[in-house]
Design a protein around this ligand. Structure first.
Ligand SMILES: Cc1cc2ncn([C@H]3O[C@H](COP(=O)(O)O)[C@@H](O)[C@H]3O)c2cc1C
Ligand SMILES: O=C(O)c1cccnc1
Length: 353
C-alpha cells in the first residue's frame, strides 16, 4: 500500500465543532464541568470526528508483535519464545486483549512483524515479517533503514484497514518480550533522561534485574549517542512493533482517525510519532496510566492525562481497551442528556429553561 510521507500534514481538529460541543456541554443538566474528563473526551472526539455526535462504538485494535535482539542481554523475566506463543493465544481467544476485544465488540487484528518462535500462518494474524527479530541495539542499530520503513508502513497499513472498516477509534497494542527495555532506551534518547529514571520491572524484574536493565540501556545510549533526529533514534533504539505503532499513529492523524493510546510502550511510540510529526498530538487520547516506572515521565512529556489508573502493567492494548466503555459513556452523555431548556431545570443564572 502507498502511504503519505511521514512528515506530510496531519488533519486539523475542527475548532468550530469543538466550540459547539463545549457550549453544548454547558447546556446539559449538570453544573458546568462536573463530568470532568468525560466532558473533555466527548468534546475532543467531536472536534476530531467533526460531528456534534461523537462516537466510540466501532473500535479497531491492532496488536503488533515482534521480537527484540536485546532480549539476549537478559532484560526480561520471561523467555523470548513467549512472544510467538502469545500470538497464538491472541487469536485462539485466551489472552487478556482477546477477552477485552470480545466484550467490547471490537475488531482485533494481530500483526506478525518478526518472531523468533514464528507460529506461521494463522487465521487472524497478518504476516508482515521483517526479520526474526530486530538486532541487539547494544551492538549496532536495531534496524536497517529498509526495515524501519517496512515497520512504519505495516502500521500505516493497519490504519488503512481500520478506516475501510468504518472505525470510530484506532487502538494500537504490542507484544514483544524485552520491549520495555527497548521503549526505555528510545524514551531516554528522545527525552534526554537517564536510564535509572525510566527503567522498570516490565514483566517482573527484581531490583537487581532493573539495575541490570538500566545498565544495558546506558550502554545502548552511549553507542547511539550520535543518532540525530527522532526517526534515527527510532531506527537505532526501537523495535519493529514500536516503529509500526509510530507509523500507525502518524497515518491515523494524517487520515483523521482518533487514536486511543495504551500503556508505557505505546506511549513511547506515540512520543516518537509526535517528535517525527508534531501534528499527531491532537489525535491522541490516553487510556490509562501504567504502573511501569517510566510511564509518568513519558505521559508528562506529552502533557497527557489518561482516563484510568488501575495499576495495570500488561500492554497488548489492554489499558486502552479498558477505557473504551468510559469513552462510550462520555459520548452517550454528550448526545442524550437533557438540556436545562428541555428538562425545565433552572440554570446558574436562575433562568428556568
Ligand atoms: C505471558 C505474557 C503476556 C504478555 N502480554 C503482554 N506482555 C508485555 O510484556 C512484555 C514486555 O515486558 P518485558 O520487557 O519485561 O519483557 C511485552 O511483550 C508486553 O506486551 C506480556 C508478557 C508476558 C510474559
Ligand atoms: O505499560 C505497558 O505497556 C507495559 C508494562 C509492562 C509490560 N508490558 C507492557
Amino acid at each position: 500500500m502507498n502511504h503519505q510521507p511521514l512528515r506530510a500534514a496531519c488533519m486539523q481538529p475542527d475548532a468550530a465543532m469543538e466550540a459547539v460541543a463545549r457550549a453544548h456541554q454547558t447546556r446539559l443538566t449538570k453544573p458546568p464541568g462536573s463530568l470532568g474528563r468525560l466532558e473533555d473526551a466527548a468534546v475532543q472526539l467531536a472536534a476530531l470526528q467533526r460531528t456534534a455526535r461523537p462516537r466510540a462504538g466501532r473500535v479497531w485494535i491492532s496488536v503488533f508483535a515482534a521480537d527484540h535482539g536485546v532480549a539476549d542481554e537478559g532484560v526480561s523475566a520471561f523467555p523470548q519464545v513467549v512472544t510467538g506463543e502469545m500470538v497464538r493465544n491472541f487469536v485462539a481467544g485466551g489472552a487478556a486483549i482477546s477477552v477485552l476485544a470480545r466484550e467490547l465488540g471490537a475488531r482485533l487484528e494481530v500483526v506478525n512483524l518478526g518472531l523468533v518462535n514464528d507460529p506461521g500462518e494463522l487465521d487472524g494474524v497478518r504476516r508482515a515479517v521483517i526479520a526474526a527479530a530486530s538486532d541487539n541495539f547494544c551492538n549496532g542499530p536495531a534496524m536497517t533503514p529498509a526495515q524501519l520503513q517496512a515497520a512504519l508502513a505495516a502500521g500505516a497499513d493497519s490504519v488503512a484497514v481500520a478506516l475501510a472498516d468504518g472505525s470510530d477509534l484506532f487502538i494500537g497494542g504490542e507484544m514483544g518480550i524485552a520491549n520495555t527495555t527497548t521503549a526505555t532506551a528510545l524514551a531516554c534518547a528522545l527525552l534526554g533522561l537517564p536510564p535509572e529514571r525510566l527503567a522498570g520491572a516490565g514483566t517482573g524484574l527484581d531490583a537487581a534485574g532493573i539495575r541490570h536493565k538500566a545498565s544495558v540501556v546506558a550502554r545502548a545510549l552511549q553507542r547511539h549517542a550520535g543518532a540525530g533526529d527522532a526517526l534515527e533514534q527510532l531506527r537505532c533504539l526501537g523495535g519493529f512493533e514500536i516503529a509500526a505503532l509510530a507509523g500507525a499513529f502518524i497515518a491515523a492523524a494524517q487520515a483523521g482517525l482518533p487514536v486511543l493510546v495504551d500503556g508505557y510502550i505505546t506511549t513511547v511510540a506515540a512520543l516518537a510519532a509526535v517528535r517525527i510529526n508534531p501534528g499527531v498530538r491532537p489525535w491522541l487520547l490516553f487510556g490509562h496510566r501504567s504502573r511501569e516506572r517510566g510511564h509518568d515521565a513519558v505521559l508528562a512529556a506529552l502533557q497527557a492525562e489518561p482516563l484510568l489508573d488501575l495499576g495495570m502493567r500488561l500492554g497488548e492494548a489492554s489499558g486502552a481497551a479498558g477505557a473504551v466503555p468510559l469513552l462510550r459513556l462520555a459520548c452517550a452523555l454528550h448526545a442524550t442528556m437533557a438540556t436545562f431548556e428541555q428538562a425545565g431545570v433552572s440554570d446558574a443564572t436562575g433562568a428556568r429553561g
